[in-house]
Design a protein around this ligand. Structure first.
Ligand code: HEC
Ligand code: HEC
Ligand code: HEC
Length: 426
């Protein structure tokens, strides 16, 4: 290399790092100002009416999938992930909230969702790409710069797992099975689920970033569960019946509480707490914000006057039930926890009545005690004794007392609070 050429080379590519700083800094600044000016002119087209360029959409989705895989790597699904209770708890919420955007077995997506960029995936096609932990992360946190919402109740991981349980089960459902599980308790009252409208509605596989043909788009969106749903489904969907039944006993699998066990004031109070967000639930807050005070009063009168009937059969060893009974009637004297029965035994007189626990589903009781313990439920309500009670209980005690109350049939004499026997050697 000649001296001259070496000189020019050095000029542009100096050997010392500090000689690089100014040129690189200047370039960065010019680039930033350029980008700012470009944005200010307004010529950039951010319209959703044109699809993302193929390569860009694939890159974004790749980055999203990597981010999900990374952040979900240490999550552990709960033991009951395959239980009917969890699957049924997620089902109707999926139908009412997610299916418009993501479709469902035998049903397409709403045309409005088809016009979003990025377009929501047809989940029947893409669920196989994700593990339960990855689905949990997506459903809990949502996706930035897309229409995919985060779970509205940020601390209710138990509800998010219920949705994951349902998504996993939905993968292998056909239309009839899907309708049957999402209408749930309603189906018992009306018989068969509504028939699939005639025609060929095979869902077409969704191509990430690809453009749908007009024919595929129609196949996707007909018969769509519109944002208002068809009239029959709209009536069911708006009401409480798909989840809680006409009798308040909800689903026999026990993921959703039996609300006929509550008295009128408690139903009004709980719906107000959901409505104002003081009691967190991604499922019930969505329902409660749509109710007027008159509707709340009417629904509370209706459900509280339904027959109070206990839930499903409980499987527990006599030793576990005995521990549960001891906690219910004596509390935990070593930790200053009073007998549950000193409050929960009073169920008749409206003003002093506490929620009835006899015959409630064990999974619901357990989850609520855990929520009180972690402060997710009850902390904002002045004088709510439950967070302090639950905070002093172990997992084993919570499990036992939940199973004990669930195993009790209604109409038998209430559990009595008794003084704990004084220990023999203090
Ligand atoms: C308003 C529309 C909308 C609603 C409602 C919605 N989503 Fe999404 N969802 C999206 C969009 C858009 C994406 C795609 C994000 C992306 O590709 O970056 C998405 C992505 C997903 C994914 C990842 C799919 C894949 O193949 O990568 C899952 C899983 C998912 N949503 C589940 C749900 C569930 C469960 C609900 C209901 C609780 C729900 N979504 C509600 C719009 C929606
Ligand atoms: C999509 C299913 C779904 C629908 C629809 C629904 N609920 Fe619920 N409901 C639930 C679930 C799940 C819970 C438990 C939430 C929690 O863990 O806080 C619940 C809890 C409740 C509670 C509190 C129970 C307790 O023991 O504290 C009341 C009261 C209630 N629902 C009333 C209603 C009424 C009234 C309607 C109709 C306007 C309704 N729900 C519609 C699923 C539903
Ligand atoms: C000092 C009175 C008191 C004691 C003692 C007490 N509770 Fe409660 N409990 C309440 C009140 C009041 C509520 C309603 C609070 C609310 O709305 O969050 C409640 C609510 C609950 C709920 C939620 C019910 C539902 O339908 O959502 C459960 C579960 C529960 N208690 C279990 C227990 C157990 C188990 C014990 C004993 C270890 C116990 N409680 C001891 C007063 C008490």
């Amino acid at each position: 290399m000649s001296d001259l050429r070496r000189g020019i080379w050095r000029e542009f590519f100096p050997r010392k790092i500090r000689h690089w700083l100014v040129p690189i800094g200047t370039m960065g600044l010019v680039g930033l100002i350029g980008a700012m000016l470009l944005a200010m002119t307004g010529v950039l087209n951010l319209a959703a009416s044109t699809p993302h360029p193929q390569g860009w959409a694939s890159f974004l989705h790749f980055a999203f999938q990597r981010s999900v895989a990374f952040h979900s790597r240490n999550l552990q699904p709960p033991a009951e992930i395959n239980s009917a209770a969890l699957i049924e708890k997620g089902a109707t919420h999926y139908d009412r909230v997610c299916s418009n955007c993501h479709g469902a077995p035998g049903m397409g997506q709403n045309p409005i969702a088809m016009s979003m960029r990025p377009q929501p995936q047809y989940l029947m096609g893409s669920l196989k790409d994700y593990s339960p932990s990855e689905l949990f992360w997506i459903v809990k946190h949502g996706v930035k710069y897309s229409a995919m919402p985060a779970w509205p109740a940020g601390d209710r991981d138990d509800e998010v797992w219920a949705m994951v349980a349902f998504l996993r089960a939905m993968k292998s459902m056909n239309y009839e099975q899907y309708r049957s599980i999402t209408l749930g308790a309603m189906k018992r009252a009306t018989g068969a689920p509504p028939a699939l409208p005639p025609g060929d509605f095979r869902p077409q596989p969704y191509v990430i970033g690809g453009t749908q043909t007009a024919e595929a788009a129609v196949n996707f969106s007909t018969p769509a569960l519109g944002f208002g749903h068809s009239s029959e489904i709209a009536e069911i969907g708006k009401s409480c019946v798909a989840c809680h039944g006409t009798d308040g006993r909800s689903r026999a699998s026990g993921g959703i509480p039996n609300i006929a066990l509550l008295n009128r004031n408690q139903i009004v109070r709980q719906l107000d707490l959901y409505r104002t967000g003081v009691r967190q639930s991604g499922i019930m807050q969505n329902v409660a914000v749509q109710l007027t005070p008159d509707q709340i009063a009417g629904l509370a009168s209706y459900y509280s006057s339904q027959p109070k009937v206990g839930g499903a059969k409980v499987r527990a060893t006599p030793a576990v039930l005995a521990l549960g009974e001891r906690i219910a009637s004596q509390g935990l004297p070593d930790r200053q926890v009073g007998a549950c029965a000193s409050c929960h035994g009073i169920t008749a007189a409206a003003a002093r009545a506490y929620p009835g626990l006899d015959g409630q589903y064990p999974l619901y009781l357990r989850d609520q005690l855990r929520l009180y313990r972690s402060g997710v439920r009850g902390g904002d309500i002045p004088a709510n004794p439950m967070p302090a009670v639950a905070a002093r209980m172990t997992d084993k005690e919570i499990e036992a007392v939940s199973l004990f109350y669930a195993s009790r049939s209604l109409g038998t004499a209430p559990v009595r609070a008794v003084d704990a026997p004084v220990p023999a050697n203090p």
